[in-house]
Design a binder for this molecule. Structure first.
Ligand code: B1M
Length: 233
């Protein structure tokens, strides 16, 4: 998209909000982590809320990257750089999204399932859950059923969250849920699933409690289901 020479000359703080977010989409595309860091701080200083920066500047930028990745215009190394730039912005937003002085309202164990190394969306979900007052144990990527079981044993979570971004890894969610059922502990936990290729129908078919379209829905759903469960306990 933009060439490096042109980028060198851009004073990000001189751009208005619209041009700055458009520039951030370009900078994400080009994997420019330092520029994303700077622009994220500029928007926050202008009074943008962290969720607005996240959605309008960062998530939208990654959506554009995703389209060109799908269409064979971008390849894995470039997308890795874009992901790295995205994480630079997320690192600034994280403390703002998770700040909560209250007692945890529940505990969550969350991971990207076995075979899958996509973690941006799952990490956003973890942040939003923390922001909603949950204590979150983030198991990372490529999480197999034994790792989920060990974390469940250790942390006794109210909620188990699973993320998958590949059509080839979504079925592993069923493996985890079936294992919980075999062990007789399925109903001890709320199971939430998410990731771009999933939908409600899939979530129902594998026996999850809910499909979460995005991180905000995940936080709302988690709070609502924990409250509902407490009310009937
Ligand atoms: Co990958 N990749 N990728 N990739 N990658 C996709 C997913 C793909 C759709 C791109 C495409 O073709 N358009 C495609 C999958 C096709 C398919 O299965 N149908 C794909 C492919 C094919 C691959 C490889 C196989 C490519 C290759 O090697 N040839 C490979 C697989 C590696 C593996 O996992 N084994 C691969 C690798 C990579 C990178 C490593 C380069 C990088 C990941 C870096 C990282 O995550 N650290 C990468 C990226 C960045 C993407 C895209 C471009 C962006 C994903 C992303 O971060 N989105 C993606 C295209 C796309 O999705 N449009 C693509 C931004 C994020 C905020 O959204 O993750 O959807 P998302 O999360 C949302 C919701 O889905 C939801 O909330 C989040 C926040 O709002 N959500 C949850 C997610 N998890 C949740 C869990 C919950 C609740 C909600 O639990 C309760």
């Amino acid at each position: 998209m933009s060439d490096d020479a042109a980028d060198d000359e851009i004073d990000l703080s001189s751009l208005n909000d619209e041009d700055l977010t458009a520039q951030m989409h370009d900078d994400l595309y080009d994997g420019l982590a330092e520029e994303i860091d700077e622009a994220t701080r500029i928007l926050l200083n202008r009074g943008w809320g962290p969720e607005k920066v996240l959605n309008v500047a960062l998530v939208e930028g990654m959506r554009i990257v995703g389209i060109d990745f799908r269409d064979g215009i971008l390849f894995v190394p470039e997308v890795l750089l874009a992901a790295n730039a995205m994480k630079a912005g997320m690192a600034i937003l994280r403390p703002l999204l998770v700040e909560t002085g209250a007692e945890p309202i529940g505990t969550v164990v969350i991971g990207t399932v076995k075979g899958d190394i996509h973690d941006i969306g799952k990490n956003l979900v973890a942040m939003m859950l923390e922001g909603a007052g949950f204590e979150v144990f983030n198991l990372g990527i490529n999480t197999d059923v034994d790792e989920f079981l060990a974390a469940i044993e250790e942390h006794k979570p109210d909620i188990i969250g699973m993320s998958a971004l590949l059509t080839t890894t979504m079925p592993y969610m069923r493996v985890v849920i079936d294992t919980l059922t075999e062990k007789g502990i399925r109903d001890d936990h709320i199971v939430l699933v998410g990731g771009a290729p999933l939908n409600e129908e899939f979530s129902e078919a594998i026996g999850a409690d809910a499909y979460c379209r995005d991180a905000a829905v995940a936080a709302e759903t988690a709070s609502a289901l924990v409250m509902a469960r407490r009310a009937t306990a």
